[in-house]
Ligand binder design. Structure first.
Ligand SMILES: Nc1ncnc2c1ncn2[C@@H]1O[C@H](COP(=O)(O)OP(=O)(O)OP(=O)(O)O)[C@@H](O)[C@H]1O
Ligand SMILES: O=C(O)C[C@@H](O)[C@H](O)C(=O)CO
Length: 330
């Protein structure tokens, strides 16, 4: 068993910290970006997607972030409010910064890519004064997205949030969410990712993301070696995702659990990681067996990748239960 001590007296289950953005998903499938003429607008940004997914499943969720002072920022905050996410700790920029945009290309179900517009974005301007210790100590868990470490002052804001979380026994969940375009150098990226992973109770990432963190190590690696390293620090649970190959979770007690996937009609692959994370975290907060939490994550991912959006497509528990009841497990 894992030893995640979620403090039951806290009024909030999960607070996300990091970017709140807009996804513009191609309406024309199987077409390259330069020939795509129309896009649908959704709330996006990996930690925002996870918070929305968690809220749809019934977790009391809040968010610490910063939005632009314009229609896009307002759209994001209103959407989150409608989804019952507490937006009281979302700051509004006053420097003329903009909302990050992610244009998605759906070339084929297996070949999707994202074109990011992230110059002068509001989310990376979140500063330490905008992170409230009083707020964080109200939560059972803090979800940290790695992309928020890409620049100051957002980087320092995340470290403050983690310090408050550690001080008040809030479980720190680190979703690596590595997006190369927001970083200047891979050495810098690996350094900050490793510093946060050392302080985290749960670490979730793809094989490639963990590989990025180990880029400057000289020894051989494997999923097992990767996970063991973090158990020498604070981690209790390390999840390594392998796309359509499923996932594997390692526990501090020495056990590991392989997670399969569910057969689904894939429309696009992005959003898989965020939906997996939200349903997996839901399972952790309910003290489920780890394999059941992984199955829930995997089912949620299968639902989201069969739909057009990430945030809007996040399922309820009823949808996931119904899906698991009728789906083929591979
Ligand atoms: N083709 C697929 N069919 C069914 N399930 C899938 C497929 N691809 C991914 N999944 C599910 O989603 C989980 C996470 O996928 P993946 O490893 O691609 O995460 P990710 O790279 O973080 O996702 P994203 O593309 O959103 O960044 C997998 O462990 C699996 O359960
Ligand atoms: O995380 C982002 O900024 C973009 C996401 O919202 C996007 O939909 C995605 O990549 C999900 O994994």
């Amino acid at each position: 068993m894992y030893q995640l001590n979620f403090k039951q007296d806290r009024p909030i289950d999960l607070i996300g910290i990091g970017r709140l953005c807009i996804d513009l998903n191609a309406n024309e499938f199987n077409r390259p970006m330069d020939e795509t003429m129309s896009f649908n607008k959704y709330v996006g940004g990996s930690p925002a997607n996870i918070a929305i997914g968690a809220s749809r499943l019934g977790l009391k969720s809040g968010f610490i972030g910063k939005v632009s002072d314009d229609q896009m920022g307002n759209f994001i905050v209103q959407y989150l409010k409608k989804d019952n996410i507490d937006t009281s700790n979302i700051a509004v920029d006053d420097t003329g910064a903009v909302t990050g945009l992610a244009f998605t290309e759906i070339l084929s179900p297996e070949e999707c890519s994202i074109l990011m517009y992230r110059d002068n974005v509001a989310d990376l301007l979140l500063n330490t004064d905008e992170v409230s210790e009083e707020y964080i100590k109200k939560s059972k868990a803090l979800l940290v997205s790695g992309t928020a470490l890409a620049a100051s002052p957002s980087r320092e804001a995340v470290f403050s949030a983690i310090d408050y979380a550690l001080k008040h026994g809030v479980v720190v969940i680190f979703d690596l969410d590595y997006r190369p375009y927001t970083w200047k150098s891979s050495k810098e990226t690996a350094t900050y990712y490793n510093l946060v992973a050392e302080k985290s109770d749960v670490i979730i990432g793809t094989r490639e993301e963990f590989g990025m963190m180990e880029k400057y190590q000289t020894h051989e690696t494997s999923d097992h070696i990767t996970a063991q390293k973090w158990f020498d620090y604070k981690a209790e649970v390390v999840v390594i995702k392998h796309g359509a190959g499923g996932s594997i979770t390692y526990m501090k007690d020495g056990t590991s659990h392989k997670g399969g996937i569910f057969k689904t009609k894939v429309l696009k692959t992005f959003g898989a990681g965020d939906s997996y994370a939200s349903a997996f975290i839901y399972g952790l907060l309910h003290d489920w067996e780890i394999s059941k939490a992984m199955e829930y994550g995997s089912a949620s991912a299968s639902i989201v990748i069969s739909k057009h959006s990430c945030s809007d497509a996040m399922p309820s528990t009823d949808e996931i239960d119904k899906f698991i009841g009728g789906a083929e497990k591979l």
